[in-house]
Structure formats: structure tokens, C-alpha cells
Design a protein around this ligand. Sequence first.
Ligand SMILES: [Zn+2]
Length: 449
Amino acid sequence: MSDPDVTLLLRSTRVVTPEGIRPASVAVAGGVIDAVLPYDADTPGGARREDFGDDVLLPGLVDTHVHVNDPGRTEWEGFHTATRAAAAGGITTLLDMPLNSLPPTTTVEHLRIKQRVAAPKAHVDTGFWGGAIPANTKDLRPLYEAGVFGFKCFLSPSGVEEFPELNQEQLARAMAEITGFGGLLIVHAEDPGHLADAPQRGGPAYADFLASRPRDAENTAIAGLIAHARRLNARVHVLHLSSGDALPLIAAAKREGVRVTVESCPHFLTLTAEEVPDGATEFKCCPPIREAANQDALWAGLADGTIDCIVSDHSPCTTDLKTPDFASAWGGISSLQLGLPAVWTEARRRGHGLDDVARWMSAAPAALAGLSRKGAIEAGRDADFAVLAPEAAFTVDPAGLFHRNQVTAYAGRTLHGVVRSTWLRGVRIAADGVLAEPAGRLLERNDRS
Ligand SMILES: [Zn+2]
């Protein structure tokens, strides 16, 4: 029943398919999933069989929120190190954010520069978001036609001067322009007025930092975004949701038919404000990690579908920028290689299965970006997989991470879920922490890949 071109048959007692977790054999032909067969299917003549036993075969993860910073701030990260970390962590597709690299991805010329830098270094399939800044409205359509997956903007200062935020009028203009060609706007939603009004004490106390980035800043920005999206029938996506208070208004907007989707991140779902030591700015990100009760609300939002996906927001920097002062330290958490075990550890504790994790970390982000060949183990999709030993545990040793800088909020934590191997279009690209040569492709929106 399977195709004579099948070259590989991957077998596991636990294959995560869109219909659930079951024993199966997955036939691969030409880098694509040919068929999901019964567990005891015969290996076609000439094909190789890999038997993973009870290790779980997941669809390769799709991380649509990664700051690679290359070129320009390559001492922070880079395509070589970021995509190696991704491969080691079970991620087979990543989308790079338009800022923190120099140049930022705000024109077609800048996109081409980034693609040229990324092409020889990519260990996983790699695509790009464009940026929407005040001065580049005329560049948005050409960027979209050149292959970016959508556009990121900020409503409050981004942290780098070459990527200014949009005010409400500029936001509406960018949203109207992007909606005109059917694009997607993804938004860092914190309201600058609420941030300006919040106490800015600075210093090493996490409580002071948390007070400086209040939930109301997120709630207000998201409410405004929804209002614009409703009026313009725009498609918008809320990046890195931290405030659980915003969930009811997002759920109501979705019920009403407003085209809004939402992501949250491993750190908001697994770390809490209560446990952040003072001065520990490896935990600093914006919006911030909030209280345990807020985290419960986020998990409820995942469970009921208000939150669509979980992506890393991997935003690294050099060690010296993580000064012990929360006001001046660089904001960003490194987790690219650790997102899957971090989320799985907490998901299993809360009674969720790996089918849920695969939906949040592979299918939903692929759908967000329109990556129709990614995100599921089913015939016709790319043969991208992560093989996970879900019951195995390990303690995070920063020295074992492929990130360029080993600063991470997860240092010393014990996590469940060891990624045994990662497969990209039918080729094993990582096995037990050993990486193959770069085999990633550059993805463009137009190639429907
Ligand atoms: Zn980010």
C-alpha cells in the first residue's frame, strides 16, 4: 500500500498524529510523509527502518518567535548557533524576528541581506518576519511579495533605536495597508501610557520590575488592538501574552469573529515572579514573568483555546548586558533549546498530553504563519520530527546549550523530556546532542512550504 519511492519507515509505539497518539509506522518518500501506516506495516523493499521503541514521535516543532540577531548583533546569537540549538531542542522550523539584527528586516534589501547570511548556516528551515515601523509603510507590500510571513510592530519602545514603535495612528495605517494585501500583523502589545505611569524604581528587586510593567499595559494595548482589528477586519496576532487578565476580552473577540490569535511563551507558563531572585536579570523580559496565579490563568487559556500557541521568544544577549539592575539589563530570555522540555514538564504536571503540546508548539504556530507543509504527522507534510523520551529527566546545564551565550533562566532546573533526535525532511539533523551539517532551507511565504 505504500509508495515504491519510500526510503524510510519510522516506527514508534507513540506517534502523535492529528487524531491522537497511537502506535504507527510513518513512511517517508522524498523528504515528505508518504503515509501513516499501522505499527506493524512491512518495511518496503530498499527502505530503511528506524524503530524508536516507546520514545514519542512528534511533529517537528515550529517556533515562530526567535530573535537570531544576525547580522549585526551576532555576539548575542546568530544563525549558526540559534539553528543548532533549535535542532537540538526538537525544532525543525523557525521564523526570525525583524529586530535586533542590523539591519532590521524593514525593507526588501534588508531581507535579502539576512537571507544571504542565514542560507549557509541554517540547521533548520528558516523564514522571516518583516517589521512595521513608522517610516516603512511603502515597504510593507514589497516585503510581503518578497516572502516575509507577516509584520511585527511595537506599541511601546522596542529596546533598540533602529526599530521604533508605532503610535495609534501609525498602527491603524500599517494595519490598513497590511490588510489591503491580506497580510498578518503581529504585535508586541504593551501600552506606552500605562508604562509611563507605572513606578520606575529600577534596581535589583524583581517586585519593582514587575510593578514597572503592569498587566494593565498589556490589557489596554490588546483592547485597542482588537478594536482596530474589528474596524478594519484585520488579521492580528498578540505576541508573548503574559497578562491572564486579557484572556476574557480576547475570548470575547474571538467569539465575535475578530481575527485575533495569541501566543504565550515557555517562561510565562513555567516560571513565576515569586521564584525570581533579586538581581537575577536572566529572568527579565517584557512583558514580565508574573505571579503563580496569573500562570494558572494562562494555562486555562491554553486549555480552552483562547491562547493558540506557545513559542519561545528566544531573545538572547551577551552576559555583560545582564547587569543586576532590572531597569538597565537587557530584556530577553534564552530558551530555544529548552522550550519543549520546559513546557512538557509543566503540561504533564497539569494533566495535559503530548498531543496538546504538539498542537500548541507545532500545528498552531505552523497555521499562524501559513506553513501548510509543516506542523503535523500526516501524509503530504514535510517529514519533520522530534523524537522525545518524555519520562526521562535532566538538569539544565547551561554549558550544554548550543546558544551562543549560555545565560538562561532555566539553569539548574530539572526538566522532563529528553530530545533523542530531530529529523528535517527525512534527514536526521540532530541525535543525542550531536548535530549534522546544516541542511535547513530558507522559507518564503510564497513557496507555500
Ligand atoms: Zn520577541
